[in-house]
Design a protein around this ligand. Structure first.
Ligand code: PXP
Length: 249
């Protein structure tokens, strides 16, 4: 079955909106992780940003204690955060861009430009028993470079697809450009031995269309789940998403 990783950053965003620098506050991303796992989520994703905009250090340590499925730490390829990851030992790290110069035109990590440094980071993390994923745009050159780094996974950036889907729905645009690119990228990555995840901007409306992309292992979904949880609760939101994911072939 296609797996669901729940990104709980936005639970922390809500907490920080009221309790920034207070050392406590609600809602708790750790409690959210427990609810998601109890509802059947296959993994929990949290992004420890260099600017600590939402998830804080104390969150990732507490998450490491409670997460029983898979903890996916999203992070920049930055020395301070790499040190934390090596001690924390999440099950998998997804390296994402946080600074302008690390980003390709489509918004994914520029693996071509940072291949050497990403390869070194990948080795350090693998040596500590942590799998590595690279968050990239569906671009041939980025996929080739990702394979050369020796990473186990790529996560295809679906932000552009989600934007296009929204415009097509509202009748402003008809052509599907990004979906064929995602399909080609997944096939290329699979042929190169990379496992393929996807994420960003995914929701119950655009998922059935995304399901035309082959070889997907896991989707990382955050904003739409936390948004839906405001109305129907987190447990129900996760269950609703999981029931959709069962249609993936
Ligand atoms: N995957 C990655 C690498 C991300 O950076 C994000 C956004 O934090 C997501 C998935 C989830 O995106 P969204 O919150 O739009 O579902």
């Amino acid at each position: 079955m296609l797996k669901l990783g729940v990104n709980i950053d936005h639970v922390a965003t809500l907490r920080e909106a009221r309790y920034r620098n207070r050392g406590f506050g609600e809602p708790s991303p750790v409690e959210a992780a427990k609810i998601c796992e109890a509802a059947g989520a296959h993994g929990i994703t949290a992004h420890l940003r260099e600017d600590r905009r939402h998830i804080l250090d104390r969150d990732v340590w507490a998450l490491r204690e409670v997460v029983k499925t898979r903890l996916n730490l999203e992070m920049a390829n930055a020395p301070e955060i790499i040190e934390i990851a090596l001690k924390l030992k999440p099950d998998i790290v997804c390296i994402v861009p946080e600074r302008r110069q690390e980003v390709t035109t489509e918004g994914g990590l520029d693996v071509v430009a940072a291949e050497k440094s990403l390869t070194e980071t990948r080795k350090k993390l693998n040596d500590a028993g942590i799998e590595v994923s690279l968050f990239i745009a569906p671009d041939e050159k980025q996929i080739e470079a990702s394979a050369r780094t020796g990473s186990q996974f790529i996560e295809l950036h679906t932000g552009q697809f989600a934007e296009e889907f929204h415009k097509a729905e509202s009748g402003k645009r008809k052509a599907e450009i990004e979906l064929p690119r995602l399909i080609a990228a997944a096939k290329q990555a699979h042929a190169l031995g990379l496992k393929v995840n996807a994420g960003h901007g995914l929701n119950c409306e655009n998922l059935p269309t995304l399901f035309r992309v082959p070889h997907l292992v896991e989707l990382n979904i955050g904003h739409s789940l936390v948004s839906r949880a405001v109305f129907i609760g987190l447990e129900n939101a996760v269950k609703e998403m999981l029931s959709l994911l069962r249609d993936y072939r």
